[in-house]
Design a protein around this ligand. Structure first.
Ligand code: GRF
Length: 213
């Protein structure tokens, strides 16, 4: 089985998948890594594991469009998504992925990206650092931290879910929880969530592979 991993940053979750693939826990090969940032440390992690990489940056599509030109930026975003899905589907080198894993991918995948993959029957899963239905979107860890310290919630965590058009709202495959500790630092809260992520991302990928026909 071939897995394509999408990243944007540090790639600690990619690393968890690489380690699990190398030690046999994950019955699949990470055949390709695509990053939305040319400076993502995850690219180093992939290269160190001899995994082919590609870079697909939104800023290259925005480069000469003023922030105020909403229409042009929306068209650029559409092209970014279309080019990305064509890059994936037309690739001859790395083999058609059986599964796409978004591991720290920080951009919304639009219907332009999702529809062709749905047609090609390539499932996509995403790691999101909050519990289902809570704190979707960006800065989930900071937002859940504040809510915990203010007594609004008594638990947090992360989930692996199937990617659908609504952001961070697909059916959860894996949910991992932590309890709020009053007076805990944001850094400690974040570290506890990241540790859960590294377990959840492997479990969720294995589960998604098992669901493949
Ligand atoms: C993680 O919290 C992930 O959920 C979020 O980005 C953070 C860093 O992930 N999307 P990684 O270290 O790049 O895998």
């Amino acid at each position: 089985r071939n897995i394509l991993v999408l990243i944007s940053g540090n790639g600690s979750n990619l690393q968890a998948l690489i380690d699990a693939s190398l030690n046999g826990e994950l019955p699949a090969k990470i055949s390709w890594v695509i990053s939305s940032s040319s400076t993502a440390y995850g690219l180093e992690r992939a290269s160190n594991a001899s995994i082919p990489t590609a870079i697909h940056e939104l800023k290259n599509y925005y480069k000469d469009i003023p922030k105020s030109d909403k229409k042009a930026r929306s068209d650029a975003r559409k092209k970014f998504n279309l080019d990305l899905v064509n890059l994936i589907l037309n690739d001859k080198k790395n083999g058609k992925p059986d599964l796409i894993v978004c591991a720290g991918w920080m951009l919304i995948l639009s219907p332009d990206f999702l529809a062709p993959l749905e047609k090609a029957k390539i499932p996509i899963i995403n790691l999101h650092p909050s519990l289902p239905g809570k704190f979707d979107g960006i800065n989930a860890i900071e937002r859940s931290y504040k809510a915990g310290q203010e007594g609004e919630i008594d638990e947090g965590g992360c989930m692996i879910h199937k990617v659908i058009q609504e952001v961070d709202a697909g059916e959860p495959l894996v949910v991992k929880k932590i309890n709020v500790v009053k007076g805990e630092s944001l850094e400690s809260w974040e570290n506890r969530i990241h540790q859960l992520e590294h377990v959840a991302i492997v479990e969720g990928t294995i589960k998604a592979l098992q669901e493949l026909i």
